[in-house]
Design a protein. Structure first.
Lengths: 179, 596
């Protein structure tokens, strides 16, 4: 089943362990500036921390704009072909997420390759802010929360083993009683 | 870097120097010692400030985040250091530097811009009087890069407030010993860094194995999740129930409003996110937002334990939103929350007990819990307005102006005491008395251990644990890592020689590293003794001997002077110092000569 790297920004603490693990895995160096994932932080207006990572788009903008057709999507991974890449940086500018990177020491732009199906960033993240999940799960949290918001409409209290409890439910189809 | 001439002299670090002094605080102490004779005073251009991460900073291991600031402290007049977490030290090392040595005084307010080895002094008159966070934002706009890392002072540093701090990443502060004032005295508003280089690691595979095991070990600790949720705020309940929570200027040991300012209140009503330092899985920091009331819209990273106590229980404040506001204000103004909260507490007590009147405080007396008055006073301290100008001079200046305040101010060597009561546990009193920078908990925090295990301890065990803490805790500051995984989640200190060996390629044992740290404690003592420090300065704050804890499980407890003296004798003996606290002359030999 196809899997996707997804990010839950509200969990991210900004510790950058993902950057270190990525750079060590791909380049064999301790250098967060050579990672294909970057933690962006804004504070205090707005307050947010978010790892930026390639989504392996189905219709990649980087591929569309590559002047030498060096970018291809293969088996769910968008890759830059070292032979035909001219390091013009067009893909770096074009990616809507800013998920392709350049570094002085490296000849070519670099990006996430999902570590051959075993993403190091996911393994190292201490907050479970980066997930590698089957595609159909993407968006599930939002689907669940929009359902739960709806279910908040009604509430029934009951007693179970001496403890007062609440159950929330929705009376679908019935009009709200007039107050 | 000499700010007076604008000259930069990059110097490689010699192997001998690196081996003997390790890094961070170790480098700082040695370089300060080398400059000592030429320094005319802490705020004189001749003073030197050393800013140094450690050899582990920035590397792939838990919480490799720390940078030490070392200088002759304007708060105490002796050796001073303070460390901060965040990302700044990582960036400095990536720019190719293991430390900065800054002397002189720029002719106008400026910032230092270190861009991958290229060092420039940039005039920054437009940043004068700007808050630390605000100035950092302006600098990022100016250099056109949101990712640069900035160590910056607020108006308090510019105004030479003796307990001004240095801020980075919005909320990581080198808080204690007045390093912000040293930067201010040098007309140095900020040090801005950007680096892209690989950090040298001798054996990356070895480091990776050690780190993967370490991360798994930390995350399997039964308190790991709880720590991520509350961080240091979880400590409030523990300290309150143990009866050592600083309350109303350390009069009481329990606070009736503790459950309105504890970690659960923070988590349920204020927390909007987690924040962690570089490479740290623990993310101690909590980002708090005030959603209603007079401080609505206030957002800050924090407060953590010390701030929540010093601006909460210690001032009789039980409104968490006011503490969030105080935290934000102190970050922006650039003052240490511990010293500020402590001094404000002494002023409230003085007002309440009639030692001072409203007239002494520019017509506005303070009372316990009066957060509006407290916040106004903090502002006046940072801006040196009215009575704030006196308080900005620190504990000693206040005592000079109002000698009757002396029994109310908890300080050692001119530095105000941290937020753990020292009366319930004799070892904590000794820790405050003998800490090399003043009454800080950073060198030894033995209160919890003695409360839990110390019922049967004699003086021997108490002296030993203080010395062990004073050896292992500064080691973290030398290596450039945070001590919290060790102290809070029981992470074994034996991991560190493995990290050190994998990174430097120099095989080392924990005992060897501890011996180096212990030598640095001798060195800072030698520096302090050259400034007149001796036994008379090694006593815990007066209050600990004079006023018993007023409430809680330790009500009636104070420190017995004869017992303290006996412990101090034993402490000196174990350190090999004489009974006046002076190390023997031959100890100094190993630090002489300029290596590297």
């Amino acid at each position: 089943m196809a899997k996707r790297l997804t990010v839950v920004p509200e969990r991210c603490s900004g510790c950058r362990l993902c950057e270190l693990a990525c750079a060590i895995h791909h380049h064999g160096v301790n250098n967060p500036k050579k990672s294909a994932i970057r933690v962006m932080v804004a504070f205090p207006h707005p307050v947010i921390r978010m790892p930026i990572v390639c989504r392996q788009c189905g219709q990649p903008k980087c591929r569309e704009n590559c002047p030498t057709n060096a970018i291809a999507r293969d088996n769910g991974v968008v890759r830059i072909d070292a032979e035909s890449c001219i390091a013009c940086g067009q893909c770096v500018i074009t990616c809507p997420f800013g998920a392709i990177f350049l570094h002085d020491d490296l000849e070519l732009p670099f990006k996430c390759d999902l570590c051959g199906g075993d993403p190091q960033c996911v393994k190292v993240c201490p907050k479970q802010a980066i997930l590698y999940q089957p595609e159909h799960i993407a968006g599930q949290a939002h689907r669940m929360s929009s359902m739960l918001r709806y279910a908040h409409m009604k509430e029934v209290t009951y007693v179970e083993e001496g403890e007062q409890k609440k159950l929330r439910y929705a009376e679908i189809g019935k009009p709200e009683p007039k107050a | 870097m000499d700010l007076t001439s604008g000259q930069v002299k990059p110097q490689p670090i010699g192997d001998d120097f690196a081996l003997q002094y390790v890094g961070g605080r170790g480098f700082g102490a040695k370089l300060l010692y080398d400059h000592l004779e030429r320094i005319k005073g802490p705020l004189d251009p001749s003073n030197v400030i050393i800013i140094a991460p450690g050899p582990l900073t920035g590397c792939f291991l838990p919480a490799s985040t720390k940078t030490s600031f070392v200088s002759l402290s304007p708060q105490t007049g002796i050796y001073g250091d303070s460390s901060m977490g965040g990302n700044w030290g990582v960036e400095l090392r990536q720019a190719g530097y293991d430390g900065l040595v800054i002397t002189g005084r720029a002719k106008e307010l400026s910032y230092l811009w270190i861009d991958d080895g290229d060092v420039r002094l940039v005039p920054a008159g437009r940043l004068a009087g700007r808050g630390a966070l605000e100035a950092a934002g302006m600098i990022k706009g100016e250099v056109g890069d949101d990712d640069v890392k900035i160590a910056v002072i607020g108006p308090a540093g510019e105004n030479l407030v003796r307990f001004a701090c240095v801020n980075c990443d919005w909320s990581r502060n080198a808080g204690r010993t007045g390093m912000g004032a040293v930067m201010g005295s040098k007309n140095l508003k900020a040090v801005v860094v950007r680096g892209s280089r690989d950090l040298p690691v001798a054996d990356l595979d070895r480091l990776r194995r050690a780190t993967e095991a370490s991360l798994a070990e930390l995350q399997s600790h039964h308190l790991f999740k709880f720590w991520q949720e509350q961080g240091l705020m979880s400590v409030i309940d523990y300290v309150n129930s143990a009866g050592v929570l600083p309350t109303r200027n350390f009069r009481d040991g329990v606070f009736e409003g503790a459950e309105r300012i504890n970690g659960f209140v923070m988590e349920q009503h204020y927390k909007i996110g987690d924040a962690g330092c570089f490479a740290c899985p623990m993310c101690c920091s909590n980002i708090c937002l005030v959603k209603d009331g007079p401080y609505r819209g206030t957002v800050t990273e924090g407060p953590e334990y010390e701030t929540a106590c010093m601006f909460g229980s210690n001032l009789g404040v039980d409104d968490y939103s006011a503490i969030v506001r105080a935290n934000q204000l102190c970050d922006e103004l650039g003052v240490d929350t511990i010293s500020t909260g402590s001094l404000v507490g002494a002023f409230i007590e003085a007002c309440e007990s009639g030692l001072l009147t409203a007239a002494d405080l520019d017509g506005r007396a303070l009372s316990w819990g009066d957060h509006v008055g407290i916040l106004a006073l903090v502002q006046k301290i940072a801006l040196r307005e009215g009575v704030g100008d006196v308080i900005a001079g620190g504990a000693r200046a206040v005592i000079e102006r109002w000698p009757q305040m002396e029994p109310l101010i908890l300080q050692v060597k001119g530095m105000e005491q941290s937020a753990y009561d020292g009366r319930a546990t004799l070892s904590m009193a000794l820790a405050y008395g003998t800490c090399d920078v003043g009454a800080s908990h950073n060198r030894a925090w033995t209160v919890a251990k003695e409360l839990e295990l110390g019922a049967t301890w004699g003086l021997e065990e108490k002296a030993d644990i203080v010395i062990y803490h004073q050896t292992v805790r500064p080691l973290f500051d030398m290596l450039g890592v945070c001590r919290l995984p060790w102290i809070e989640l029981g992470f074994d200190e034996n991991h560190y020689p493995e990290f050190y060996s994998a990174i430097t390629g120099v095989e080392s044992t924990l005992d060897e590293l501890l011996a180096k740290s212990r030598a640095i404690y001798d060195l800072t003592r030698i520096i302090n003794c050259s400034k007149g420090v001796s036994r008379k300065d090694d006593y815990a704050p007066r209050r600990l001997f004079e006023l018993p804890i007023q409430s809680g499980p330790w009500a009636g407890k104070k420190i017995d002077r004869a017992e303290y003296d006996a412990l101090l004798d034993l402490y000196y003996d174990k350190r090999g110092w004489d009974r006046d606290g002076i190390p023997p002359a031959e100890v100094e030999g190993q630090f002489r000569g300029r290596v590297g």
